[in-house]
Design a protein around this ligand. Sequence first.
Ligand SMILES: NC(=O)c1ccc[n+]([C@@H]2O[C@H](COP(=O)([O-])OP(=O)(O)OC[C@H]3O[C@@H](n4cnc5c(N)ncnc54)[C@H](OP(=O)(O)O)[C@@H]3O)[C@@H](O)[C@H]2O)c1
Length: 301
Amino acid sequence: MTSASHSVSDPAPLRIALLGTGSLGTLMAWHWQHEQLWVIRRDYSRPLILQQDQRDTLTLPRWDGSDLDWLVLTTKAADALPALQTLAPRLAAVKRILLLQNGMGQQDQVGDWLEQTGLPCGLWAGTSTEGAFTDDEGIVHYAGQGQTWAGPWMSESTGKADTDSDVRLPPGVQSDPDIRSRLRAKLAINACINPLTAIYRCRNGELLTNPQYHAHFQRLAAEVQQLTRELGWQLPFDVAQQAAQIAAATARNQSSTLQDILRHRPTELAYITEYLLKEAAAHGLSAPVSEDVRRLTPGGT
Ligand SMILES: NC(=O)c1ccc[n+]([C@@H]2O[C@H](COP(=O)([O-])OP(=O)(O)OC[C@H]3O[C@@H](n4cnc5c(N)ncnc54)[C@H](OP(=O)(O)O)[C@@H]3O)[C@@H](O)[C@H]2O)c1
């Protein structure tokens, strides 16, 4: 994705508010800075700063409750529902909510809550392979260009989804009508790599090169592959092969889960491993390797 400015022939700017201006949120704010953009933050005292070849400073207004085409959440998964609940009285002004986060489970939590409250916002889910991190001075670094997809979230309990065919997505975001499958594919890979990097405090590539970690990785990946098959997820790849390929391609990276642990922050494993375990339990499937991994993961139960 690259940032581009508007010309006279462009359609009117989209009205977007970004909730959660950490690493990914700041990057998206930079991509979307030529739209009509607001932010919802806990601390408004500092501008957003994005560093790539050059350093860009964005001073964006606080959302004043005016009408929005999109309210985009770039918080961690666990913060999605609580953050929206605090905004409930103002959500009637929001046409669509996009949850642009890793993991699964929060989409249904938010969907169920919207259903219960009767709020009219359409719910979309998204996923991104862009990479950004925040340094100790609060500056966000654009670490790797990637792609971002979004699609309407269909509730499994009610079968309801936003069916409007005339939806303009924020710049650079590609439409994926089957976003659930894309999220499942990402979750399956994360469920193989992330918890083990947290248990062994290792970089992704060590899951392949250290014999002890590799044996554990193979057992876990085989189980995740079997589970996803039995859950009928129909992934476009062999989970074990793909997880190994991604661990090799990102060998020098610290997974987001390991980064969270090293920074003493909550991980998103409740929305990765835990989500898979809940799905397995709901279908009467056992998952002993994942259960064990959950127990061994720092903060696991
Ligand atoms: N970073 C990446 O490269 C990347 C790539 C793809 C996907 N993702 C996914 O994107 C999501 C966000 O990741 P991230 O790395 O950007 O995390 P992050 O840097 O921790 O940013 C999350 C932001 O959400 C804010 N927040 C939480 N609750 C809030 C609330 N109630 N009101 C306002 N702001 C709130 C946090 O504010 P405080 O700082 O005040 O807590 C923080 O600024 C995660 O699901 C992650 O897995 C990230």
